[in-house]
Ligand binder design. Structure first.
Ligand code: SF4
Ligand code: SF4
Length: 303
């Protein structure tokens, strides 16, 4: 047996979604594999279900038909009669209620899949990758959090001749990035804030490792598209854009920057997971062109 296939059959990773026909996660038509686990806790995270490497139980009140099945099957007394529905202190994530819920108002998020199983899903759309110049993208969460699984999945995809991309915060030991380098065609590398204090406040961790990794990765000649989410009031001041420009301009190689406007699409997920949305008063930026103009004027190739 091919050694990759043999390893792929036994290595499992925590996945929370696999989306086919994606067009915003790299070139062409892509399959995006969303992995669980992340060392950051960005206030604007639109995938809060990705943060922990474990099951999550989500409850969507709008889908509940009030049949009462969940109350009957939960042996832990963790189902309540109110709109929040789940007593998360008592819940053991057994999943029985979700299995019995007729309207999918209760849903278990996260499962373990082997490299071989993920690869089989990815390969279904190979003809679309070929005609569109697409491929596979690993996202999350932070794919480097499960670095061995990520490495094996990327290697298996390359063996099939696929174009590979990874969405990363760069918040991992350099050795993890270095190990996957030869199996990655495109790094989609997030730069959320250059100011270390702001980064700590907004993302929960220091950015020294992230910035150091960006420099090392650039020096290798890797193809990197840096990406910055524009969060009004957090990282969109003139000084933030100046620091971002200066950082990009001193990298060993030139790279493009993509600006991504803040959105609130993930806010409903917080409620479903029993969490409070951290940015209730922040609105989507009205004019992305203004930010792009400043960065372009600073010498950055901005998408
Ligand atoms: S997952 Fe299990 S313990 Fe948690 S609420 Fe549902 S049935 Fe109860
Ligand atoms: S089983 Fe599902 S639909 Fe029925 S009451 Fe519980 S959450 Fe609502």
């Amino acid at each position: 047996m091919n050694p990759i296939t043999a390893t792929a059959a036994t290595t499992h990773g925590w996945i929370f979604d696999i989306q086919r026909f994606c067009i915003h996660d790299g070139p062409g038509i892509r399959t995006t594999v969303f992995m669980k686990g992340c060392p950051l806790s960005c206030l604007w995270c639109h995938n809060p279900e990705s943060r922990r490497q474990q099951f999550e139980l989500a409850f969507y009140l709008s889908k509940c038909i009030h049949c009462g099945h969940c109350l009957q099957v939960c042996t832990k007394g963790a189902i309540r009669g109110d709109d929040a529905r789940i007593d998360r202190e008592r819940c053991t994530m057994c999943g029985r209620c979700a299995d019995q819920c007729p309207g999918e108002a209760l849903r278990m998020i996260g499962h373990k899949e082997s490299v071989a199983d993920v690869l089989a899903v990815v390969m279904r759309d190979q003809p679309f990758y070929e005609t569109s110049g697409g491929g596979v993208t690993l996202s999350g969460g932070e794919p480097l959090y499960q670095h061995e699984f990520t490495h094996q999945l990327l290697t298996a995809c390359k063996r099939q001749g696929l174009h590979t991309a990874i969405e990363t915060s760069g918040g991992a030991a350099w050795e993890r990035l270095d190990a996957i380098r030869s199996s990655v065609d495109l790094f989609l590398y997030d730069l959320k804030a250059i100011n270390p204090e702001k980064h700590r406040q907004q993302c929960g961790v220091d950015n020294a490792l992230i910035l150091a990794n960006a420099k090392r990765l650039s020096a290798t000649g890797a193809e990197i598209l840096f990406r910055t989410p524009i969060i009004p009031g957090f990282n969109d001041a003139e000084d933030d854009l100046r620091l971002l420009s200066e950082f990009l301009l001193q990298l060993p190689n030139p790279h493009r920057l993509e600006l991504m406007p803040y959105h609130r699409i993930g806010s409903g997920k917080y409620e479903a997971l029993g969490l409070t949305y951290p940015l209730p008063n922040v609105q989507a930026p009205a004019d992305m062109d203004g930010y792009k103009a400043v960065l372009t004027q600073n010498g950055i190739t901005c998408l």
